[in-house]
Write a protein that binds this ligand. Structure first.
Ligand code: ZN
Length: 134
């Protein structure tokens, strides 16, 4: 009985994670179509993605397909997930909505970069393994 419950929970967790992943993918697509995404010309793998909720506030993102995918938001830098900003860059490249710039417009504000190093070191064990309940 216990084993069956554990398996069901495991399957449910995977479904939830897959749903959240596709939600981030959809949000990324929406950002690519409705918000501004800039690529800096001098440094090809540096991008700025406008916040979904706040105008002129940007996330700093490093992206090079298959090489580096890093975003300053919590989802990526803390939780290690492929966030909506990374998805939005992939979509923007596909849709051709990416804008190349020499430098960010003066009114642009960049979100404070969150790095794992600036926070407490992450435990080697994933938090999802700890008494994680739905
Ligand atoms: Zn992000």
């Amino acid at each position: 009985m216990n084993i069956i419950n554990m398996q069901q929970l495991e399957t449910r967790k995977e479904i939830v994670e897959a749903e959240q992943q596709s939600k981030r993918m959809g949000k990324g697509r929406a950002i690519a179509l409705s918000r501004r995404i800039y690529r800096l010309l001098q440094t090809e793998d540096v991008f700025y993605v406008e916040s979904e909720s706040t105008d002129n506030v940007y996330y700093f993102v490093k992206f090079k397909s298959g090489v580096i995918e890093w975003c300053s938001c919590c989802d990526n830098s803390i939780r290690g997930l492929k966030c909506k900003h990374l998805w939005s860059i992939e979509s923007a490249i596909r849709f051709g909505t990416l804008k190349d710039l020499d430098r960010l417009p003066t009114e642009a504000k960049v979100k404070k970069v969150i790095t794992a190093a600036a926070t407490k070191p992450l435990p080697t064990k994933s938090y999802t393994e700890d008494n994680y309940s739905f």
